[in-house]
Design a binder for this molecule. Sequence first.
Ligand SMILES: *Cc1c(COP(=O)(O)O)cnc(C)c1O
Length: 434
Amino acid sequence: MLRPAFRRLGASAGAFASPSLAASTSTPPARLLLSRAATAAAASAQPRQQRCYSYQPSAASTSQPQDINPGSLTITETTTPGKLSKPEDLVFGRTFSDHMLTIEWNKDDGWLAPQITPYQNLSLDPATCVFHYAFECFEGMKAYKDQQGRVRLFRPDKNMERFNKSAARIALPTFSPTALIELIAKFAKLESRFIPAERGYSLYLRPTMIGTQKTLGVGPPGSALLYVIASPVGPYYPTGFKAISLEATDYAVRAWPGGVGDKKLGANYAPCIVPQREAMSRGFQQNLWLFGEEEYVTEVGTMNFFVALRNKETGAKELVTAPLDGTILEGVTRDSVLALARKNLAPEGWTISERKYTMQELADASAEGRLIEAFGAGTAAIVSPVRSISWRGQLVQCGLKDHEESGAITNRVKNWMEGIQYGEDEHEWSYLCE
Ligand SMILES: *Cc1c(COP(=O)(O)O)cnc(C)c1O
């Protein structure tokens, strides 16, 4: 029950004070409903105190919010294991594994006991804040199977760091990175049968966090749900690389200084679909997002963008990507490509640069035969070679010969990355799930 003081505050706040005050003091969090069978099974596995789906405002002063505690994980295994798809039939993000990891949070208790349950629907009130104000952020990472059949993650600390930054930016709770990695590793191991053992295959993991408070008031959610689902995926290019063509996009802006384009918020993605469809209708697979009057090159679709070119004056070879100035998503692949290039390409005379560069600079390099190659970089495909960029009515060629689908640097980057991801090259970036 709400105390009258809160109710009065809520009522008057609605009229003239910050709506966030009204929202955070007067409305209970939405209730997450797991299926009855799963909940009953979980309850019988470990008795627990009543769950605080609707917290009492007065309880806030006495409780110490908990961080995620992997030790209190309960696992309810499915009684109806799904059939595995043939590896060659896998479509990205279409089929999911048997289970999901869920961790609820509320502002009084902090993170509640993690659960692995059968994969199932969520049941949320239509007024839940995620549906109205986009309290949602996510991650994209993969679990790989090595030659000994062990499950490995790739730089999960980087994903957790970014997940926390995204969550904090939209007033969702943060958490201990190592605790969530431990739980994700357990989850990935449990779903090991969904990971085909061949190179190129993996289990795509989608950590997601949503605000679950039932309220139309615009304010910080008093409750949240963190969940992780998993989708077995095959090689992005099953029959080898296929170079794509881009449309340089200036009429729509993906990210801007002071904005949130550098965070993995769901709200950043829906607005990019119409421009992508526009580009597709003109025969280009993806947008190359330009920014500002200078037409700085930022990212390609939902990947970071790299170009290899020769310096106009010195002829020196340079691998370039845009700097993390707030308009660029901090890709784990981007960071890895930079580090591997500094280690492997710099000794061959390459300069590795994080700097601003413009579409004009690329067009000039192309016209003068100095553009060596271009590729997108991201978890899904690792690298995605680019053939050409449509810009101001011209087609800027990115260095590939007609019969080529990818360049030498792109191929080498893919091999370096896969060697580490599949545990063939021992590396501190590979995290063994034990
Ligand atoms: C996820 C994402 C990337 C790539 O990040 P990785 O961690 O390498 O997968 C790049 N750009 C955008 C806009 C993204 O959402």
